[in-house]
Write a protein that binds this ligand. Structure first.
Ligand code: ADP
Ligand code: MG
Length: 727
């Protein structure tokens, strides 16, 4: 099949697409009845467990109390019966390796009995601990071959669930993944440890204000996921999308996103059908998805759940990504969660909304109507300001990835400079505190009148929004907008929990010392707030983060601007970062080093795959198409000359020059890609960034220009026009 034939087939498959045979019927099976049916939830546990066991388990889940090992057998047995009623044949300990993926190894629930029969058995030991081996996951040096054991440990705080497949179901148990030496090999363990640290420090503040009622103060998170959908036929005829989730070639389409006609537009029928099924599956898993809409780029969409505690939100976020991909296949599409599948149109992010609180304490970042006299809120808010300024390079490093490098700073996503948007009201309150040592008013929010009598007056939010800020206060939470769409949210959450715990510790120590000396709490708090704002106020910026002026201004303020992953990752190893993570028992120095190694390696791997793809596609698809066209042009010229016509070699000249550029750059890429780079892995990564990426860009540049010349029927790859607009 020629390249263009495969494109034509793809297009007819898209135009002949028929909706799935059995449409979903939400009226017959209402969402309320569907929600959580596949979750071993608190309700299910309460029904199925002896009272005492249920109570002790609840204390572990809600208060973080140690797990009672005697309860495990009883829970395991109840879980097994429940799962088998739901059709499960196997169970799996689900874990989250440092690659950012979700990993599972399935074991049968059946074991042979004495007389050859099959018995369903699932012991407490099997529930609590697994040993998946899984030694091929990167450990960044934490696992040597001589101590290669790796264990999974049941995370009681994240509920078990059933994953359906048309041919059977599997009981899934969220777990932590740790080495023989007890070191974290995964993304979940540090999330749990950081939540513990945050809880402890938040309690010190709450008890100072007399508001401590001994409930676990949990970090909360709602993560908005952006993604692209393309028809599978295009996806499978684009080896770059298939392998790297990013198109490495492709000229811009005649029309891109400049009309903003896709953003919030009517959702295409096939896409909406897909979304409905995704949501239905997520509901069954107890994931409270709430919003959906078209995003800015053509073919780009967003899904967002209601917020949950950080650990559960993280597990659910992984399930959302898996479900988005899985269901897309059924609708003849591929879901791309890469940060930049298509050059020239917006990339995808994952906005991590973060706060902290508990049922009785409420949301600790809720300013109320008059934030100036809500000192406890101001303390928590200032803790975040201090943390983000003090650890800005760390925050940049936890959103660093080969994919996200294409987004940050590209005028569609926040810049690589970490700053905070606070909005007018809070900025004003903090200004009063720095100027006068206290604040005595809050700018009122007021109402919006619309000038049309039939439209109701709308209550106005006290703060406006700012879409250009990497870290924005949005009314009662912070929104970390720099996170990439393909990343696990664990890294950003671990960082936030830990650095805010550090700030709360700093503030609590000062306030405790002051009140121990008999000083007034509010007065002492004002002094601490003023101090924090003086030292860290530079991180607050309410203006346009995309503007050049901000880059200049940020430099004046001394804010770091770590443009690439290679610049950002070393921040993980800054002494202050290592000390802080060790102090709060979130990651030991060794664990932190291992992450640095793994993430550097991931960058190298991603770039290496891209370089291999560029070589392969450049040589076997684009170059041949271009020389075929060149030969057509050349023979036309020769024929015209033979019959005595004047002819013009203009196009032939241009095509020939581009082919030469393409060929030279491909040869250069081959040499550089095979070069053995001396030094550490970061030097290897630098080689990709400084040497290989520019050559890849040269190749793309020549290829994309050739796409504008070569006869369409010879062009082998689906075009941007086709992939983005044929739905
Ligand atoms: P927007 O696009 O305007 O930012 P969305 O509704 O798409 O808003 O997403 C906002 C996200 O913030 C949701 O996931 C929501 O549940 C979450 N959120 C709201 N309150 C909190 C909170 N206290 N802590 C964490 N996340 C929150
Ligand atoms: Mg949003």
């Amino acid at each position: 099949m020629s390249g263009s034939e495969s494109r034509m087939r793809a297009i007819s498959a898209v135009t002949d697409y028929k909706p799935v045979e059995q449409p979903l019927n939400f009226a017959a099976e209402p969402t309320s009845e569907l929600f959580g049916v596949n979750v071993f939830s608190k309700n299910v546990m309460q029904e199925r467990l002896p009272k005492a066991v249920f109570k002790s388990l609840s204390r572990t889940i809600e208060m973080g109390e140690p797990l009672d090992p005697n309860a495990a057998d009883i829970v395991a047995s109840a879980m097994k019966d429940w799962a088998i009623e739901k059709g499960a044949t196997h169970y799996t300990h689900v874990f989250f390796p440092l690659t950012g993926a979700t990993a599972e190894k399935h074991d049968s629930l059946l074991t042979p009995g004495d007389s050859g029969q099959a018995l369903a058995a699932f012991s407490g030991k099997q529930l609590i601990q697994g040993e998946p081996d899984a030694s091929s996951f990167p450990s960044g040096g934490l696992r040597q071959t001589f101590e290669a054991r790796g264990y999974t440990a049941w995370d009681v705080t994240s509920p078990a669930y059933i994953l359906e497949n048309p041919n059977g179901t599997t009981l899934c148990i969220p777990t932590a993944f740790i080495s023989w030496t007890g070191e974290a090999l995964d993304k979940k363990t540090p999330v749990l440890r950081s939540m513990k640290a945050l809880n402890e420090q938040a309690h010190r503040i709450l008890s100072l204000f007399g508001n401590d009622n001994n409930e676990f103060i949990g970090a909360t998170c709602g993560a908005e996921q952006e993604y692209f959908l393309v028809d599978s036929n295009f996806y499978y005829t684009r080896p770059d999308l298939l392998t790297a989730e990013r198109s490495l070639f492709g000229a811009p389409p005649p029309k891109g996103q400049e009309f903003d006609d896709h953003y919030f537009g009517a959702i295409p029928e096939r896409v909406l059908a897909y979304m409905l099924e995704v949501e239905r599956e997520l509901f069954k898993l107890g994931i409270p998805v709430q919003t959906r809409h078209n995003e800015v780029a053509p073919g780009q969409y967003e899904i967002a759940p209601l917020f949950e505690t950080a650990n559960i939100a993280t597990d659910h976020q992984q399930l959302i990504m898996l479900t988005l991909r899985r269901i897309a296949e059924k609708y003849g599409m591929a879901c791309l969660t890469h940060e930049k599948p298509f050059a020239g149109v917006n990339g995808s992010g994952k906005h991590v909304n973060w706060s902290l609180g508990s049922a009785s304490a409420g949301n600790l970042l809720n300013p109320g109507d008059t934030p100036h006299d809500n000192v406890q809120f101001l303390v928590f808010c200032a803790a975040v300001i201090r943390a983000v300024d003090k650890f800005a390079p760390l925050l940049r490093s936890v959103v660093a990835s080969a994919g996200n490098d294409h987004r940050l700073g590209a005028n569609e996503a926040p810049p690589a400079i970490i700053s905070i948007f606070l909005g007018d009201q809070l900025t004003d309150v903090f200004k009063q505190i720095t100027a006068a040592g206290s604040a005595d008013s809050s700018i009122e929010s007021g109402t919006l009148t619309l000038g049309v009598d039939s439209l109701p007056p709308l209550p106005k939010d006290a703060g406006d929004r700012n879409r250009t800020s990497p870290f924005a206060f949005t009314g009662n939470r912070f929104e970390f907008r720099a996170v990439g769409s393909n990343q696990s949210i664990a890294g950003p959450l671990v960082a936030l929990n830990t650095i805010v715990a550090d700030s709360l510790d700093h503030i609590a120590t000062k306030l405790e010392n002051a009140t121990d000396k008999g000083e007034d709490l509010n007065k002492a708090a004002a002094v601490v707030l003023k101090d924090i704002l003086e030292q860290h106020g530079r991180v607050i910026f309410n203006g346009d983060g995309y503007s050049d002026e901000w880059h200049a201004e940020a430099e004046k303020r001394g804010l770091p601007n770590l443009k690439t992953t290679v610049d950002a990752l070393p921040a993980l190893l800054e002494q202050d970062v290592l000390d802080t993570f060790e102090k709060f028992n979130v990651l030991s120095n060794r664990e932190m080093h291992s992450r640095y190694e793994v993430y550097t390696e991931q960058y190298i791997l991603a770039k290496n795959v891209e370089a291999n793809l560029v070589l392969k596609l450049g040589r076997t698809m684009i170059f041949p198409a271009a020389v075929r066209y060149q030969s057509e042009l050349a023979s036309t010229c020769a024929n015209l000359k033979a019959v005595g016509y004047d002819f013009d070699t203009n196009t032939l000249d241009k095509v020939t020059t581009l082919i030469k550029d393409l060929q030279d750059a491909l040869d250069a890429l081959e040499i550089e890609n095979e070069k053995k780079v001396e030094g550490e892995s970061i030097d290897h990564a630098k080689h990709y960034l400084d040497v290989i990426v520019p050559i890849m860009n040269k190749i793309r540049n020549a290829a994309d220009k050739l796409e504008g010349f070569v006869s369409d029927d010879l062009w082998p790859l689906p075009t941007y026009q086709e992939m983005l607009f044929i739905k």
